[in-house]
Every structure is written in structure tokens, then in C-alpha cells.
Design a protein. Structure first.
Length: 745
């Protein structure tokens, strides 16, 4: 029936629909209706720019509901006239935000829209290209969502605004209404908050400083997580002012050198580095305006009691290190199964110095030897090595075409002969680690490290074998993710600072859900759902177990660190690794259980070197790490890494790591001292240990003869151990190490 009706209707009016002009008209009408419903229907009037909506306070809470910080807009803002604003500040604003402000009609087609279109096409992300007028209407009238419809509304409102107000009125409203970071909305509030002075008294340097903030007030805030970016932004503003002819080169140089004196941030804030970190996340998701004035309730992952304990520990322990030329420390405490950040101490005192708000946990630093487990994990995962594989810790130079020979040395200046992987990693010997890197390949290790969570290793051509000794920069956040892979039996979890975000009416805008979440973090927590951790598997559970087990083996590290170092938590099994850079600029300790992970760093914000005494890796960060982990584990069960079904144990020869040889009655060696080791199924050594080999010996020195040596040589039966790069004579003479081994790559 319906089909017949449609057929009748079409046949009766088919001439009507064949008219192309009518079809075009219908199409235009359809587009107009669509445009009206999506764009025009709810478009606010620019006349609202003269009014001001009372904001609501956003509250940032810890996981237990304790208040950390309130984000609010100063309701007593002081509106000022444009003539009260110094010329330098007006010029700085126009130069950095909209150089064509006085020439366009609200939208800059060449400077803004075309650039935005190019960025959208080639970078596949919505870019701004916004004029001052567009920024004004976006901040005052629209949401900060990055959608095409919002951008179209912004453009329409910009043209509309320019038809109502003149340029000076628009610039005045912009300076009075845009955010400048923190509670400062409007230039007068910003001038008072940062410098304690009226806008009219600002210098050129201060004007450039403030003019750079509105583009990203949370990111560029000197009180935020990246205070170093504020100075960089000021330099850019001054450069733009010079290019546009507003100032001379002499004025620019003078302003660059002028010392900026900020008023210390006066606010009730707890866990300040974490709060600023969370605020930046919120702004990136919801926009500056919504975060500052929409009355959000933000429940974070942080535990305030743990945070307070970590802050006090860092402050007291760093204070003891002044004679070692250590001025700062940082801590990141996480829960690997969920990725929750439980505590974040970005420096010893957020308020103490001009650089106290610098957040070390988010900054790039060299990790020293703490990166080694990632390198060894690649070798174990690819079955190139096992925990029993022998490395010869002997003088070795690596030859790379076109580069200077690389001859690594150990931190103690000694060579330790044949060392199995378990003890090479446990004692953090350098030469075996470089050999492992050479065997794996730098590109392979970088790819694997990136999979584990290290985001800063971009271009493999920038790195060499020294990467395994800490030659690349990382953040504490990334190291927590990467070591979390070991704690999580091979599963990577992104770090989570926010558990829930609610609007002023209690509606949930964002919520993190995980089966392993627990409310009371200080109560005893057993294995999370039998280690059923949701996430991306980036490493086998077998390799993760072996690395974790090696790092908790106090016997495996005792040669270097002794039996009772700060790496031991009595009564608890904790996997831990230290790291100190060769130049003594960074000192790390990273340790974990299946439920908790702590990354600790000490050093100096200005990257100046510390005292050489920190070489051992257990004198700087380790005591801080020990106190924090001992405190959090005091109420927890002792959890060892779960042994996967693919891991089995076997007795092996203690020296060579090979199979017990007594199964061969004709073997020169009838037996060997043994030890127990864990292996991935299929990797247990089956080659029997036979140490005696007939080799050429230099009769004068009683050492192995050189490869081209013909004089004073005789063949003897000697005890020989080999690795993938050479041989080591156990019962030959050793006066300062074996002959140099050269490895060509």
C-alpha cells in the first residue's frame, strides 16, 4: 500500500522534481535549516560581553574527599579602561596574539583561518588561528570544545562583535575578561596577583610577561607545573614586538635581562605540584573557563596522608644532603595495577624558592643505570639470554664506523670477570649492560622501551650503546609506567591522576573505572583480582617475573651494595634498582611490589653536578625511597611476584651458568658448584660445563696470547669461560684485567 502511494505521488509530481532550480532551492533550504539547527539556534549575543556571570568554585579533592585546592575566579575583579593600560602591554598583546588586529574585521583570513585549515588537514587536529576578537567570544560566550561547529560559531560571533564594538572596546574587553592563570581573570587582577602593582605601573618586561599568559594560562603560569615555559613565552613576546617595530633591539635585550620579581603564591593548597598537574589535565579536557568557573568536583587518585609523609621525608632527607651538593628531591608514588598516582612531590618545597614550583616528576632527566632492566628485559624476552647467561666483565671497546671507540667502565673502576646476568643486573655492572645493548641493538631497545611507556626516546640515530647507562632523557612519570610493566606481569597501565569529575549538579562528566581500585589504600591489599590486570600486554609475564625477581634478590646485588643497604625493606620482598649518571647530575632509586611503586630522584634543578660520593647510588635517593616504601608497606602483606606457569627452576653451574657436567663420565670436569635459577620453559641450558680448553698462552706473562701473537707462545689446557664477544682464562694471570676486547658493530 505504502509503495503504491509513493509511486502515485512520484508519477503525479515527477515534472515538478525534474526542475533543477526547484531541486537546488530545496537543497539550499535543507542546508540553511541544518545550519540553523546546528549553528544559529543557540548562538549567544555579543551584547552579553558587557555582562559577567558569577562563577562557581571547582574543588580538587584527594581520593578520600579531603580538599586539596579550590579553583575559583576572583569575583571582585577590577575592570580598567584601555587608556589605563600601558602602551607596551597593548602592543605586546597585539604582537603575540593577533598582529593584524587593527586591520581585520574579526577574523584573519590569511594569518588565522588558512593556517588553521592547513594544520587541520596535515596534523589532523583542530587548531586555533584565532584573532583577539575570536578569543574574546570563545572565552566569554562559548565552550572550549574543539569541534567544527564551535569554530563556526566563533567566527560568526567574531564578525558580529566587530559590527557592534570598535577595536579599542574589543581590546579593553579582552584584557578585562581573559584568564591569566590561577585566580587572575583580567589584566588588573593578574598585575596585582603576580607583581603586587597596578597595571599602569608595569614595565616592558612585566608587560611582555603577562601578555604571553592568556594563550595557555595554566601551561604558562609561573606558579604552574612548567614555570620555565613562562620565561620562554616572555622571550617570544619581546621578539614579536621587535619584529613588529614596537620596540628596539636595545629595549628587547634590556627587558630580557630584567629580573622578574614575583609575589609568592598565597593560597591554601595541599600537594601543590600534583594539583597543578591535575589542573593542567582538566584544562586540556574541559577548557580554562569551565575549570575556573563551572563548579566542578574533582576526585583525584592522591592519598593525602601518603602525600604528607612523602613531602616530609623529601624535605628532611634532602636537608641532610647539603654537604653533598644536593639541593632538591622528588618522589612519585603509584599503584601499578591501576596506574593511580598516590603521591607526587615535584620538589622539596613548592613555596621555598623561585624554582620550587618546578615539577621534577614531569621534567626530562637522565636515568643512569635505572634504565638497565629495560635493556635486559629485551634480551630475555627475545631469548637471546637467560638469567644465567654469562657476560665477561672485562675491558672492552666497541668500534662503530665513523665514531670514536666506546670503552665503558664500571662505577667502581674494577673489572669482575665472568658474571651471570642475574648478578650483572643486580650489581649494576656497566660493561655487561653495554654488551647486552650491543646484542639487542639500540633500535630494538628503543622500540621496546617506547612500548613500555618511555615517550622521550624518539630518534634512534641520536643514541648509542651508552643508552643503557642512562644516555637518554626520561621523566619520572615514564619510568613509573615502564617499571609498572614489571610489577604488572607485563601489562602497561597509563598513569591516572583523576578518578572522577562531576559538574555542579552532581552529574558525572568523567570517571575512571578499574576492577582493582580500592578505596582505602592504607589497608592491607592482596593480589589485585589474582593479577587480572586490564591493559595492553607489552611484555611476557615470564620476562616480567624474571626481572622482578632479580631486582628483589639481595644476594644478587650484595657484591656492589652490601647485604644491609637502603635497598632492603626488612620482612618485605621489594624489587629495586638505583641509577646515577656519570656526571653525577641525577641520582635515582626505583622500587616496587605488585601493589606499590616509588620513583625517587635527587639532584639540582639547575642540573649542576652533585658530590662524587653519590657514585654508589645508595647515598642520595635510596634513603628517601627506603623510608617511603617502608612506611607504605608497614600495613601491607608481603607479596612476591607471582610465578607464571611458563617459569621453571633448575640447578646450573655457579661459574658458567651451564648444565651440570657429571652426566658425561669422560668430561675433564667431573662436577661443578651449583646454584638454583629460574628459566623460561625451553631456555634451561643443556650444554654441559667443560672449562678445560687447549689455548695459546704467552709464556712470558702467563696470559692468553694475542690473536696475531707467534713468539713466546705455547698451547696449554686452561679453564676458559666465554661470552658472546670473547673468552676469559680463569687460571691465567690477571694484573689489572684481561687484554682489551674490541667489538666491531
Amino acid at each position: 500500500m505504502a509503495g503504491n502511494l509513493a509511486s502515485y505521488f512520484f508519477s503525479r509530481y515527477q515534472k515538478f522534481f525534474r526542475n533543477k532550480y526547484i531541486i537546488a532551492a530545496f537543497f539550499i533550504l535543507f542546508i540553511f535549516l541544518l545550519f540553523f539547527l546546528i549553528i544559529i539556534k543557540d548562538l549567544p549575543s555579543p551584547k552579553k560581553l558587557a555582562s559577567y556571570e558569577i562563577p562557581q568554585t571547582t574543588k580538587i579533592l584527594d581520593r578520600n574527599g579531603q580538599l586539596l585546592y579550590e579553583i575559583y575566579t576572583d569575583q571582585n575583579r577590577t575592570l580598567i579602561k584601555l587608556e589605563e593600560v600601558p602602551d607596551f602591554l597593548r602592543q605586546a598583546t597585539v604582537a603575540v596574539e593577533d598582529k593584524d588586529f587593527y586591520r581585520h574585521k574579526g577574523v584573519s583570513l590569511i594569518g588565522g583561518v588558512l593556517r588553521a585549515i592547513k594544520e587541520n588537514i596535515f596534523k589532523q587536529e583542530l587548531q586555533g588561528g584565532s584573532t583577539i576578537t575570536q578569543q574574546l567570544v570563545k572565552n566569554a560566550l562559548l565552550s572550549s570544545e574543539k569541534t567544527l561547529s564551535r569554530k563556526i560559531k566563533e567566527i560568526i560571533l567574531a564578525f558580529w562583535t566587530e559590527s557592534i564594538y570598535d577595536k579599542n572596546q574589543i581590546l579593553e574587553m579582552y584584557l578585562n575578561q581573559v584568564p591569566f592563570g590561577g585566580t587572575a581573570w583580567g589584566i588588573e587582577a593578574a598585575s596585582e596577583m603576580y607583581f603586587g602593582k597596578k597595571t599602569g605601573n608595569l614595565t616592558l618586561a612585566e608587560s611582555a610577561y603577562l601578555a604571553g599568559l592568556p594563550a595557555a594560562p595554566t601551561t604558562y603560569s609561573p606558579y604552574g607545573a612548567h614555570p620555565e615555559l613562562t620565561k620562554q613565552r616572555q622571550s617570544l613576546v619581546l621578539k614579536r614586538m621587535l619584529e613588529d617595530g614596537f620596540i628596539s633591539e636595545e629595549q628587547r635585550e634590556k627587558a630580557e635581562k630584567e629580573k622578574i620579581s614575583l609575589i609568592p603564591l598565597k593560597t591554601n593548597i595541599k600537594a601543590p605540584h600534583f594539583v597543578m598537574f591535575v589542573r593542567e589535565r582538566l584544562v586540556n579536557t574541559f577548557g580554562e573557563k569551565m575549570v575556573a568557573s563551572a563548579g566542578l568536583k574533582v576526585t583525584t587518585s592522591l592519598d593525602l596522608s601518603l602525600q604528607d609523609m612523602a613531602e616530609k621525608t623529601v624535605a628532611s632527607e634532602v636537608g641532610k644532603l647539603a654537604n653533598l651538593k644536593v639541593s632538591n628531591g622528588a618522589v612519585l608514588l603509584t599503584r601499578p595495577p591501576t596506574g593511580e598516582i598516590l603521591a607526587m612531590v615535584g620538589s622539596k618545597d613548592y613555596f621555598a624558592t623561585p624554582s620550587g614550583n618546578f615539577n621534577v616528576t614531569t621534567s626530562l632527566r637522565q636515568p643512569g643505570s635505572s634504565i638497565k632492566p629495560l635493556n635486559y628485559a629485551v634480551g630475555i624476552e627475545t631469548r637471546k639470554v637467560s638469567a644465567a647467561t654469562v657476560f665477561l666483565d672485562t675491558p672492552t671497546c666497541f668500534q662503530v664506523p665513523g665514531q670514536k671507540s666506546y670503552c665503558p667502565v664500571n662505577y667502581d673502576g674494577q673489572f669482575h670477570g665472568p658474571v651471570q646476568l642475574r648478578f650483572a643486573l643486580g650489581n649494576s655492572f656497566n660493561i655487561p649492560a653495554v654488551k647486552m645493548m650491543a646484542l639487542n641493538g639500540v633500535e630494538t631497545v628503543i622500540a621496546s622501551a617506547s612500548a613500555y611507556g618511555i615517550s622521550s626516546f624518539k630518534d634512534p640515530s641520536r643514541y648509542g650503546l651508552s643508552l643503557t647507562l642512562g644516555g637518554g632523557e626520561v621523566t619520572m612519570l615514564d619510568m613509573a609506567k615502564a617499571f609498572g610493566v614489571f610489577a604488572n606481569s607485563g601489562i602497561k597501565k597509563e598513569l591516572v591522576p583523576i578518578l572522577k569529575v562531576e559538574d555542579r549538579n552532581g552529574n558525572i562528566l568523567e570517571e575512571y573505572k578499574d576492577p582493582n581500585l580500592v578505596k582505602k589504600i592504607n589497608e592491607g591489599i592482596n593480589y589485585p583480582s589474582s593479577l587480572l590486570i586490564a591493559g595492553e600486554r607489552v611484555l611476557s609475564s615470564e620476562t616480567a617475573f624474571l626481572i622482578s625477581h632479580i631486582l628483589l634478590d639481595n644476594n644478587a646485588r650484595s657484591q656492589a651494595f652490601g647485604p644491609s643497604s637502603f635497598l632492603v625493606i626488612p620482612g618485605k620482598a621489594v624489587s629495586v634498582k638505583t641509577g646515577t649518571t656519570d656526571d653525577k647530575r641525577d641520582n635515582w632509586t626505583i622500587g616496587f611490589t605488585p601493589n606499590f611503586l616509588a620513583v625517587v630522584w635527587v639532584g639540582n634543578n639547575d642540573n649542576s653536578p652533585m658530590h662524587p660520593y653519590l657514585t654508589s647510588g645508595v647515598t642520595g635517593a635510596a634513603p628517601i625511597w627506603n623510608k617511603i616504601m617502608a612506611e607504605i608497606l608497614s600495613s601491607q602483606p608481603d607479596l612476591w611476584p607471582k610465578q607464571p606457569p611458563g617459569i621453571i627452576g633448575a640447578q646450573i653451574c655457579q661459574l658458567s651458568g651451564l648444565a651440570f657436567p657429571n652426566s658425561d663420565p669422560n668430561a675433564p670436569d667431573k662436577g661443578c658448584a651449583t646454584r638454583y635459577e629460574y628459566f623460561i620453559k625451553g631456555t634451561i641450558p643443556n650444554t654441559p660445563e667443560i672449562l678445560k680448553q687447549n689455548i695459546a698462552i704467552d709464556k712470558t706473562t702467563n696470559k692468553m696470547a694475542g690473536p696475531d701473537q707467534t713468539e713466546n707462545v705455547e698451547n696449554r689446557d686452561q679453564q676458559i669461560v666465554s661470552d658472546m664477544f670473547g673468552k676469559y682464562c680463569i687460571d691465567c694471570s690477571h694484573d689489572g684485567g684481561d687484554p682489551m676486547t674490541n667489538v666491531r658493530l
